[in-house]
Write a protein that binds this ligand. Structure first.
Ligand SMILES: NC(=O)c1ccc[n+]([C@@H]2O[C@H](COP(=O)([O-])OP(=O)(O)OC[C@H]3O[C@@H](n4cnc5c(N)ncnc54)[C@H](OP(=O)(O)O)[C@@H]3O)[C@@H](O)[C@H]2O)c1
Length: 279
């Protein structure tokens, strides 16, 4: 697989680090797109020691700062070429509303608008390369119970941590479905992943009792990485697009994630939000 390159966000901990490790063990070249390059360096050393795969690189990316995204994409393309697999894995869960430098709510920015912008910036190059490419958006089953109010995606009114997180993950499902439709005449497939409930740093900000219980009831990061690894590497899903997976099974979309009008509105809204950063 050394001729195939994986670009993965949020690989400095949890599910992303483990996904990078498992894919490195299978011989993929890995680009870790991270906001903390010192952390990335340590993770790359660990992965190289564990897998004996030296083909690991890092590139700076802060999904909470839009201006960082085009720089990351152009640096990646110039230094490492066009990726074969893009895994939008990075994500946050915040207890209170934090506003980004772009004036957006941070959960929505890191989990959705940032990956939207990043992917849209890669698309022209991916299309021009005319090669098989897989895009994987790490969402969550929480999306199936979430709601999206297109007029309040910055949560200036009625902020609630679970609502913001759920909305960001539902937005990723709509993005997966809409982008996959728009790319049907290409070799690019786009799918969403639910990793399961996984024992990672994402639980750190919960009150101690909840964090302890959640961690006990959770999968290990090794297990949590399975869906992303499957979607990245299995020949079974080389031509599958627009689906939502947990491990090797398709999770059916429900009524909330199948609202075509909302899907279209979100696409147009997202283009407006990031338009300053698109060519
Ligand atoms: N754990 C679960 O139970 C669960 C369930 C469903 C879905 N998920 C999803 O799985 C994905 C991975 O989460 P995890 O559980 O592995 O959590 P995690 O251990 O907290 O990892 C999150 C990763 O995202 C990165 N990140 C955070 N903010 C960023 C930013 N502004 N720019 C770039 N990268 C940023 C973090 O970087 P730093 O190391 O610099 O902080 C870290 O590498 C997320 O999308 C999450 O929503 C997790």
């Amino acid at each position: 697989m050394q001729d195939r390159t994986v670009f993965i966000t949020g690989a400095t901990s949890g599910i992303g680090r483990e996904t990078a490790r498992q894919l490195a063990a299978r011989g993929f070249r890995i680009i870790l797109a991270c906001r903390d390059l010192d952390k990335a360096e340590k993770v790359m050393q660990e992965i190289e020691e564990q897998t004996e795969n030296p083909h690991l690189q890092s590139v700076h990316l802060d999904l909470a700062v839009f201006r960082s995204v085009p720089v990351c994409v152009s640096t990646t393309l110039q230094a490492y070429g066009i990726p074969d697999i893009i895994i939008n894995n990075a994500g946050v869960f915040n207890n209170s509303r934090v506003e980004t430098v772009d004036g957006l709510e941070q959960t929505m920015s890191v989990n959705y608008y940032g990956p939207f912008l990043l992917t849209m910036l890669f698309i022209p190059e991916l299309k021009a390369a005319a090669k098989p490419v897989r895009i994987i958006n790490v969402s969550s089953k929480a999306a199936l119970y979430a709601a999206l109010d297109i007029d309040n995606l910055s949560f200036k009114r009625r902020y609630h941590s679970f609502k913001a997180y759920g909305a960001s993950k539902l937005a990723l499902l709509y993005f997966t479905r809409e982008l996959s439709k728009r790319l049907l005449d290409t070799q690019i497939v786009v799918n969403a992943a639910h990793p399961g409930r996984v024992n990672t740093n994402i639980w750190d900000i919960q009150p101690n009792l909840i964090a302890t219980v959640m961690r006990k009831l959770s999968l290990t990061p090794e297990e949590g990485a399975r869906t992303s690894v499957y979607l990245s590497s299995s020949p079974d899903v080389a031509e599958v697009t627009g689906k939502f997976f947990y491990q090797q099974q398709v999770i059916p979309y429900n009524a909330r994630s199948s609202d075509q009008q909302l899907q279209n509105d979100l696409w147009n809204h997202s283009l407006q939000v990031v338009k300053q950063w698109l060519p």
